[in-house]
Design a protein around this ligand. Structure first.
Ligand code: SF4
Length: 281
């Protein structure tokens, strides 16, 4: 089985949603939260910008904003959901424009490092035995002027974590494992999170023991998922994140439907000893 970081996260946030997505492969109406929609367009705009930058052409700031506005117009669809009562579509669109403007002003003239590529695919074989494999996509991979690599990640969420919280994020460290497996000359690798709504970046370097602990934690997370799959045990986990879940309707329908009650009874009232503990790294 080839895992992705988002697959692991899905299970940890709600095993039932994991089941809908990865086991039952439930098809939902086209659904996006407006936050995710805005984030995807900011990412896409940055990808186009850096593709041109790699060929030696720096896109002017107003062209970058036009590109983003055009993408918004082209891709907005009725399945984009706004959960906030106080904000309208244009507030989110403007927030994305501000992310791009702040980033542009901060990093212009964009000569801080050499861009190797965007959306770089990485593979990780955690233990080298083919049993625990991951695939992922790095937002941007750069070669630093002093040598070594930089793994960049763009965040468009509303808050900035502390450095310690950012460093507890496993995703970029997982990508570092992939870069180290794929590029034996990797040397120094720096992880860089860009919190675009706040024009802030957080940088971190992992030690060999950090990466070993990450491997151990991810192997354990995969073992838990595989046991849940074998036992067909995917309890729901209700939190305030449910309003951003694409499976809300089916989740509520299944709770009400007597015909599915037998199969679902273990989700609704599971014996305590069958709850799985998810390790937090
Ligand atoms: S609505 Fe909530 S409990 Fe139901 S599947 Fe989604 S995240 Fe899980």
């Amino acid at each position: 089985m080839l895992y992705s970081y988002s697959r692991i996260k899905r299970f940890e946030k709600c095993p039932l949603a994991y089941r809908f997505e990865y086991i039952d492969k439930v098809e939902t109406e086209e659904f996006d939260t407006i936050e995710a929609f805005m984030g995807s367009l900011v990412h896409e705009s940055m990808d186009v910008f850096y593709a041109e930058a790699r060929s030696g052409k720096i896109m002017p700031h107003d062209s970058l904003l036009s590109l983003y506005a055009d993408l918004w117009k082209e891709k907005i669809h009725p399945g984009v959901v706004i959960n906030s009562r106080d904000l309208a579509e244009e507030d989110y669109q403007n927030a994305g424009s501000k992310c791009l403007t702040d980033y542009y002003n901060h990093y212009s003239p964009f000569d801080h490092s050499e861009v190797i590529g965007t959306e770089i695919k990485v593979f990780v074989d955690l233990l080298g035995d083919g049993k625990y494999k991951f695939i992922g996509y790095v937002d941007r991979l750069d070669r630093a002027h002093h040598g070594g690599y930089e793994i960049h990640d763009y965040k468009t969420g509303g808050s900035v974590p502390s450095k310690k919280q950012a460093e507890s994020d496993r995703q970029l460290a997982l990508y570092e494992l992939g870069i180290r497996q794929m590029r034996k000359d990797a040397g120094d690798v720096e992880l860089i999170w860009h919190y675009l709504r706040h024009d802030r970046e957080i940088r971190s370097k992992k030690s060999a023991s950090d990466l070993d602990s990450l491997k151990t934690g991810l192997v354990s997370a995969i073992n838990i998922i595989e046991k849940a799959t074998k036992d067909d045990f995917f309890p729901e986990k209700r939190t305030n994140l449910c309003k951003w879940c694409a499976y809300q309707q089916i989740c509520m329908q299944q709770k009400k439907a007597p015909a599915r009650q037998t199969r679902l009874s273990k989700y609704l009232d599971p014996p305590q000893d069958r709850y799985y503990e998810i390790e937090t790294l």
